[in-house]
Write a protein that binds this ligand. Sequence first.
Ligand SMILES: NC(=O)c1ccc[n+]([C@@H]2O[C@H](COP(=O)([O-])OP(=O)(O)OC[C@H]3O[C@@H](n4cnc5c(N)ncnc54)[C@H](O)[C@@H]3O)[C@@H](O)[C@H]2O)c1
Length: 350
Amino acid sequence: MKRNIIVFGGAGFIGSNFIRKLVNKDFFFINVDALTYASSKKNLNDLKKFKNYKFIKLNIINSNSVKKILRLYKPVYVVNFAAETHVDRSIDNPIPFVKTNVFGVSSLINEIKKYWNNLNGSLKKKFKFIQISTDEVYGSIDKGEANENSKYLSSSPYSASKAAADEIIMSFFRTYNFPIIITRCTNNYGPFQFPEKLIPLMIVNAIQGKKLPVYGKGNQIRDWIHVDDHVEAIYEILKFGKKGEIYNIGGKSKLKNIDVVKKICLLLDKKKPRKGSSSYLSLIKYVKDRPAHDKRYSININKIKKEINWKPKISFNSGLENTVDWYLENEFWWKFILSNSYSGERLGKL
Ligand SMILES: NC(=O)c1ccc[n+]([C@@H]2O[C@H](COP(=O)([O-])OP(=O)(O)OC[C@H]3O[C@@H](n4cnc5c(N)ncnc54)[C@H](O)[C@@H]3O)[C@@H](O)[C@H]2O)c1
C-alpha cells in the first residue's frame, strides 16, 4: 500500500521538483498550494497523469481546511515548502512574509500537531514533519562555515521570517515532542525556477536582449546547489533523518554572483549567439546594491554527510549548462509565467 505524503507549497520551484523526482516511488502525493504569483499549475502538468498524485489549492493559514485534509489523507510524512521566498520582495513589503512564513507556518504546524496527537501505533511512530528552511538564517559568514549550531543572524525580512518559523517549529519538538526536522539549504538553481531569482532572471533577460542587473560589484558569494541534489537530500532525510534535528544541505559550489552571470553569458554565446558579434557579457549592468545584502553564505555539511550519507553529485558547470538548456528549450513556460502571473516590475529594475 502506498504511504501518503502531504507536500505544502508543492507548486513552486523546489516543491514541484521534489514531487516530480519521487512520484514513481512508493507514495501517494497530496500537493497543497495557494498558487501565489511565484507558482503555476504549469509546473505540474506532467504530474497529472499519475494516479498517486492529487492537487489541492489552499492557503496554509486556512486551519480548518488543513485539518480536514490531514484527517482525510492521514499522511505519514508532511513536507513544508510553502513560503514567500524572494528577498527583494521582502524588503519592499515584509508583511506577506510574516503572514505566510511565520503566522501561516505556526498555524500549519499547530494543526499538524493536533493530527499527530490523535494518531496511534506505527503511523504515530513513523510520522515526520519536515520544514524546508534556508542557510540565510545564519546571515553573512565572512570567514569559515556555519554549522547547525551557529546562531541566527538574519539580514532580510525574508530570512528573519524563516528564522522565526525555525524557532517555532523547534519549540514544538522541545515542548510537545512533536517529530520535526528542519533542513537549511543553500541557493538552488534548476528547471522551473521563477525568473526573478538570479540564475533564471539572467538567462531569460539575456535571451530577450535585456540588461543583466548585477547588485553592487557582484562580489557576493553564494554556495549553489542543483535542485535535484536538494530534493534527493530531502528524500534521504525523510528516510533517515533524526527527529528534532537540523540538517544543513549545501552544494559545495561557492561562487561570486558576477562569475555566475559571466558563466551564463558565455554558455549563451555558445548556444544562442547574438546577432552581430557582441557577447551577452555586454548586457551586464551594475546596479545599486541591495540594502543589508549578505556578502557571503557558507555552510558546513559534515552532519548530513556523516549521519545521512548524502553529498551533492551535480557539478555547478554541468548543472548550469543543463539549466541554460532547459530555459532555452522551455521558452513557452517562462513566457507564459511572465505574461500571466507576474507584472515584470523586478525584471526591469535597473
Ligand atoms: N530557492 C532557494 O534557493 C531556496 C534555498 C533554501 C531554502 N528555500 C526554501 O525552500 C522553500 C521552497 O522555495 P522555492 O524556491 O521553491 O519557492 P517558490 O517561491 O518557488 O515556491 C513557494 C511555493 O509556496 C506556495 N505558497 C506561498 N505562500 C503560501 C501559502 N500561504 N499557502 C500555501 N502555499 C503557499 C507558492 O504558491 C509556491 O508554490 C521555501 O520555504 C524557501 O524558503 C529555497
